[in-house]
Design a protein around this ligand. Structure first.
Ligand code: SPV
Ligand code: MN
Length: 635
């Protein structure tokens, strides 16, 4: 203790008072002190406040966020609204900024073509110049969190410095508090840290002004991320996608996985059992709606850590305890659990929605759109246009709600279990209108890794740029992978092969269309794919082997559709959905080959599977002389 106390805190006493200093010293951790010292001296806040796990400290953040105007109270108790910066419909701070998110790479180190990088020295110099004085006049909050349940082998501690009260409040809903956990570090530097500043603010409500100087720089060497001139959670919250990048680096140098997974408890009817499934999908491709399927339980909807466990299974934890969910299309009929949670009194932050008389409205909420109100563009009325003449919708398509999972009626009871839960299966999915069947089981673990690595998805209006452009989305994690893809795939291969009880892997596709452009499946059909997958794990169903994986038998699906959706699933529908589209699949293999050829050191198993699958598809083409082959041909 004395050693730490002797470490000079080089911050003026009118910036940090004795009470806050004592809270820092009580951690007995020189690394925390050094980080606070260093970044307070760069960012120059007028006040430093340390938040412990006490309710009083946590309430302070909540109140303060309202006081400074980053959040405003709504009619329902506990509800608040936050806005992120908006200039035009194509220039704003309401989504992740991929261009300005870069990994700092030391000279001479290999950088994969998929990773946005900058030379470490150059990047640090640039961002520290931008951060010089960025908190001037503002209060810097110092907070301590845990990624994952506390007291768990899975979890990683995280220190957050930020001048955004909204960021701090959001993290309080989304992550577990860990000031006391930091004391247990015994002075070690075994934690991630995140320095964030919204930068200079403008307007009422106050939003980041200098979006052109937005930077998010990931320093793998220091296990730290610096983020400035933004407020949108995907850019600002250290513990969300910034920590995912650090965890991907760490897990790929050890023996575990950090993934962009939901975790779902699957409860088949009439069976005395339940199973856990993970799933990775790009944004707006059915991830949250799968995690929220009726009759099932949700353990997580975004980020998970997996480790081999001594019962032979891989175990998984949700590193979060809340949802930062897309609110677009959340309505009473399709999402009863979320609807219930966000329309009744409880701590909930809405972002970038329309407010009229204290009530939030969003796209697809099933209610009549008000003629006017207030949104991210200020006073809003129907037909309002931005500076470029583009119509401003009443709510942003990427508007969000932030709420604790425990507040949902379908929350899984193991949410905070420090041992995690066993993983029985993994889903990978993308938005694919014409190639992959609705569900496909991998032939084995390595083939499952190949399937995850070859996920493709068509872009949606939820992201900037052209709509409907097919992009490769390995494990729906490409935006966050900071190690070479070859290394990432090899880590997956080794992980599964080391397990006695390996999860089964499935590719899903909810977006298959017919020639007239009509979707072949209803929104809830995914429940039948999920229940089938769970049954496959427990050997309830047989399946049909095809060159690309196992597909369900018609009779089993007919029964499941009847039992779960009271729907008559016809043989015709099955034939259309599950035919093997040989030519389209061969073209997909070509695209995947082109992508991975750009990468050094892709493991051999990947190429063996790709070439083997191609040969089998070519043989089929030769044998049947048809572009598409009926499932019955494989019986
Ligand atoms: C995603 O885009 O995958 C999200 C939201 O989960 S964000 O916080 O922006 O990453
Ligand atoms: Mn996500």
């Amino acid at each position: 203790m004395d050693g730490v106390k002797n470490l000079p805190i080089d911050i003026d006493s009118d910036v940090i008072d004795q009470e806050n200093l004592d809270k820092l010293y009580a951690l007995n951790n020189e690394h925390v002190l050094k980080i606070v010292n260093e970044f307070v001296s760069y960012c120059k806040p007028s006040k430093v406040t340390v938040i412990t796990d006490s309710q009083e400290d946590i309430d302070y953040v909540r109140q303060k966020s309202i006081e400074v105007g980053e959040e405003a109270k709504l009619s329902i108790d506990g509800h608040t609204i936050h806005y992120d910066a908006f200039s035009t419909m194509s220039y704003h701070d309401q989504a992740r900024d991929k261009t300005n998110t870069r990994v700092l790479v030391p000279k001479g180190e290999y950088a994969s073509p998929w990773i946005n990088t900058i030379d470490r020295d150059e990047g640090l110099k640039e961002i520290l110049e931008i951060m010089d004085g960025c908190m001037r006049g503002n209060e810097c909050i110092v907070r301590f969190f845990c990624l994952g349940p506390t007291n768990s082998k899975f979890s990683i501690l995280a220190l957050q410095l930020t001048d955004s009260l909204y960021v701090c409040h959001s993290e309080d809903i989304l992550y577990r508090k860990a000031y006391e956990e930091f004391k247990k570090l015994n002075g070690s530097n075994n934690f991630f840290y995140f320095i964030h500043s919204a930068g200079e603010l403008t307007g009422h409500p106050p939003v980041s002004k200098n979006l052109n100087n937005r930077r998010i720089y990931v320093d793998l060497q220091e296990n730290c991320v610096l983020s400035v001139n933004n407020q949108y959670a995907g850019n600002s919250l250290g513990l969300k996608k910034l920590a995912l990048r650090l965890a991907i680096n760490q897990s790929n140098n050890e023996d575990w996985l950090a993934e962009h997974y939901f975790v779902l408890g699957v409860h088949p009817k009439g069976k005395n059992r339940m199973s856990y499934f993970c799933g990775a999908y790009p944004s707006a491709c059915g991830k949250t709606s799968t995690a929220m399927l009726p009759g099932q339980t949700v353990l997580g909807d975004d980020i998970a850590y997996l480790r081999p466990w001594d019962d032979g299974y891989a175990h998984v934890v949700n590193i979060e305890q809340g949802l930062f969910g897309i609110i677009k299309d959340v309505n009473l009929e399709d999402d009863p659990f979320i609807w219930d949670a966000i329309t009744t009194p409880r701590e909930t932050i809405f972002s970038n929605v329309l407010i009229k008389e204290g009530t939030p409205y969003w796209i697809g909420d099933g209610r009549e759109v008000p003629e006017k109100g207030a949104n991210f563009s200020g006073e809003w009325n129907n037909g309002k246009k931005d500076k470029e003449g583009r119509e401003i919708p009443h709510a942003h398509p990427n508007a969000r709600y932030t709420v604790r999972i425990e507040e949902l009626k379908n929350a899984d009871e193991n949410l905070h279990n420090p041992n995690g839960v066993p993983v029985h299966g993994i889903f990978y999915g993308g938005r694919d209108s014409d190639t992959m069947p609705p569900i496909l089981e991998s032939l084995n673990w390595e083939h499952g890794v190949f399937m995850g690595a070859s996920i493709e998805s068509e872009t949606t209006s939820a992201t900037l740029g052209a709509v409907g452009v097919r992009k490769q989305q390995p494990m729906a994690n490409l935006d966050f992978i900071v190690v070479p893809l070859g290394k990432y795939l090899e880590n997956h291969r080794k992980f599964g092969n080391s397990l006695e009880r390996c999860p089964k892997v499935f590719a899903t596709n909810y977006f298959l269309k017919n020639q007239d452009g009509k979707y072949l499946n209803g929104m809830l059909d995914k429940l039948c794919w999920v229940i089938w997958a769970e049954g496959r794990y427990h050997r309830d169903f047989e399946a049909i082997e095809t060159p690309v994986g196992y597909i369900p038998k018609y009779e089993d699906l007919k029964e499941l559709f009847n039992e779960y959706l009271e729907k008559d699933y016809t043989k015709g529908e099955y034939m259309e959905q599950f035919k093997i589209r040989v030519i389209k699949l061969l073209k997909k293999l070509e695209r995947i080959e082109t992508m991975y050829k750009k990468e050094d050191n892709v493991p051999d198993f990947f190429w063996t599977i790709l070439y083997d699958e191609r040969e089998k598809l070519l043989n089929l083409k030769e044998k049947y002389k048809k572009e598409e082959i009926s499932p019955d041909e494989f019986l």
